[in-house]
Design a protein around this ligand. Structure first.
Ligand code: FES
Ligand SMILES: [Fe+2]
Length: 390
């Protein structure tokens, strides 16, 4: 594979990406450092991938009642995720139709959205209800001043938004995955704690970090390595439609049966022996991942906020039957999961810093990192435009 100069052009970076299309998983180098800081490559990723992608913006359970809402930005677009009075969850523009004031900050519950600037008032479905002293305004038509809506779909309790009005439905993208994860009963699960942060690094660093278990040996040596050692990881064949990538990691022998907080508990009859004795991670393009164990699920969603800045949203889901047998599971796992996330944040931030060093150079991927090779190949298909699965 070619080496590239410290300041490669976009064309050179795309040429490097294109090489992954024909390389075996075990014959790949990492991306060049510039791929993690190039403004031109970042702009292309946003235009060709993220502006047409389904991006997870949270969970339906954050807004259980009519009027519940939270503000959320996606690629600079400002959204209100709201459960409207009719019970439907909508993604509305958070920008007033008068003169652009954001309507809400943070989260809350309301019967109306009242603009803090001149008090135009909207229903929770986005209709403009009233606008004071607009009589005589020649261009004012209340019907034309509803808040615009974004595409939003719910999948197993997760809320996904797509900025492209014409994108194919999320359900089509998730269909294959659903077959692979059916045993895990994700649709039944509830979030028992939540994680939000900003990691100073390119979104691909966060993505790569979340799709391999190899780094348990180093970064998580005092946390998950104990019960899920990185050397036990293996990569099942990718799905035929390449709609996601996945990986498993065998549990440490002493954690396979009962007695430990991470041992399988709750309803276990839907799981195979492999499910019961491994962790299973799935990574859905471009930026959504779930790391699952029987009845537990650590999920993350990555939101690019610039070439070297990524918004992180995530949480830990548990099955109701696990909560029944272990009501304190949230306390038990919160500490370790928060520490793991902080370790991952540290790695991302440190890698981002290293990408600016003149001697930073591409390195060989391990056979434990086939998912990363598959990620680069997916990126190449999206950006270089070669055909997908045959
Ligand atoms: S900007 Fe909202 S009412 Fe004027
Ligand atoms: Fe990690």
């Amino acid at each position: 594979m070619r080496m590239v100069s410290p300041q490669p052009t976009l064309a050179q970076l795309l040429a490097v990406l294109g090489e992954y299309l024909t390389l075996d998983d075990t014959d790949c180098l990492s991306l060049p450092p510039a791929a993690y800081r190039s403004s031109a490559l970042y702009a292309l990723e946003i235009e060709k991938i993220f502006k047409h992608a389904w991006m997870c913006v949270g969970r339906a359970e954050y807004i259980p009642n009519p009027g519940d809402y939270y503000a959320f930005d996606v690629l600079g677009d400002m959204l209100i995720i709201v459960r409207s009075d009719d019970g439907e969850i909508r993604a509305l523009s958070n920008i007033c139709r008068h003169r652009f004031m954001p309507l809400v900050q943070d989260s809350g519950s309301t019967r109306r959205f009242v603009c803090p600037y001149h008090a135009w008032t909207y229903a929770t479905d986005g209709r403009l209800l009233s606008a004071p002293h607009m009589a005589g305004a020649g261009r004012f038509d209340r019907e034309q001043c509803s808040l615009p809506r974004y595409r939003l779909e719910e999948w197993f309790g997760f809320l996904f938004v797509n900025l492209n009005e014409d994108a194919p439905p999320l359900a089509a993208q998730m269909r294959t995955l659903e077959g692979y994860i059916a045993n895990y009963r994700v649709a039944e699960q509830h979030e028992i704690f939540h994680y939000e942060s900003v990691w100073d690094g390119n979104w691909k660093l966060s993505a790569e970090n979340s799709m391999e278990y190899y780094h348990h040996m180093g970064l998580h040596s005092d946390t998950v390595q104990d019960y899920m050692p990185g050397q036990n990881s293996y990569t099942p064949p990718p799905p035929a439609d390449l709609s996601f990538t996945h990986m498993r990691c065998g549990m440490n022998e002493s954690f396979k049966s009962g007695g430990h907080t991470m041992s399988p508990r709750g309803r276990l009859d839907t799981f195979t022996e492999e499910d019961l004795t491994t962790g299973y991670l799935v990574y859905v393009w471009p930026a959504f991942t779930m790391a699952m164990r029987p009845n537990g699920n650590n999920w993350l969603s990555f939101h690019p906020q610039g070439p070297e800045r990524t918004g992180i949203l995530g949480g830990y889901l548990a099955s109701p039957d696990l909560l029944e047998v272990a009501p304190d599971i949230g306390q038990q796992r919160r500490g370790v999961m928060e520490r793991v996330n902080e370790q991952d944040k540290l790695a991302t931030t440190e890698l981002a810093r290293a990408m600016h060093s003149s001697k930073a150079a591409r390195g060989p991927l391990s056979p434990f990192e086939q998912t990363i090779a598959q990620f680069y190949r997916w990126l190449a298909r999206e950006l270089v435009g070669q055909p997908g699965p045959t």
